[in-house]
Design a protein around this ligand. Sequence first.
Ligand code: AMP
Length: 281
Amino acid sequence: MEIFKTKEDLITHLSTIANDAKSVGFVPTMGALHQGHLSLVATANKNNAISVASIFVNPTQFDNPEDLKKYPNTLEKDITMLENAKCDVLFLPNITELYAENVVSQSFDFDGLEHEMEGKFRAGHFDGVGTIVKMLFEIVRPTNAYFGEKDFQQLQIIKKLTEKEKLGINIIGCPIFREEDGLAMSSRNMRLTEVQRTAAPLIFKTLQEVQALFKTESLEGISNYVTSSINAHPELKLEYFSIAFEDTLKTMTEKDSTQKSRAFIAVFAGSIRLIDNILLS
Ligand code: AMP
């Protein structure tokens, strides 16, 4: 695997090995890699001539400075994992390389997708995501870019960004990779205490119950059930639960099984925020 720290070197390298006939598959990450990230790299490898991953903890997408400060860094291990996964290229820029002196976000209009769910609780988060992904896309110029359904709202926003900015990149959503007990893999999981880690699988268990309840129960009944199920656990606190349509991410107000919908959840385990979602119809 070749590692590049500057955009110039990466662009030069890619221009010598990639051309119209050679597809480039891109997986942007913030590091502290796990099997979920590697599943994206495996898909990129399988379907492209060249796979490129990036590791960059993007400061502008953090609404909580403590979360940014404590974001795990396991760089040496990440590099070994990517090498073992046969990733061809790793882009490893520092902040100045991408933002120069101006560490601020561009403002985006994602047709309202940015105001739902995560957007209500993480001010400026999606402007930060849009800013960094657009920058990385302009540097890597991938044929295909891979994003996890774990961050489903982000996936829909990147699709919108690509469409609105006419970037000509295929955005591919990849399934959520889970621990054996159902907890969605996340870099933040390594910050959980033992007790919190034991409690956390209740999040997915509750979502699976929602999937079953959606067939028979009212939306309000389901919502009340989720609130009581999560908040009954002393280690967990529900931030939001929403049953929403996949394309608009707007909360479903009347039962509708004709359009694709998902249940979305955000839960605090102490100061660590965990999100997950499940397909309903
Ligand atoms: P992050 O490093 O958290 O920014 O994630 C980088 C990419 O990996 C994003 O597209 C995430 O949605 C994806 N990802 C993170 N966790 C998982 C998971 N458990 N399963 C699948 N994809 C994931």
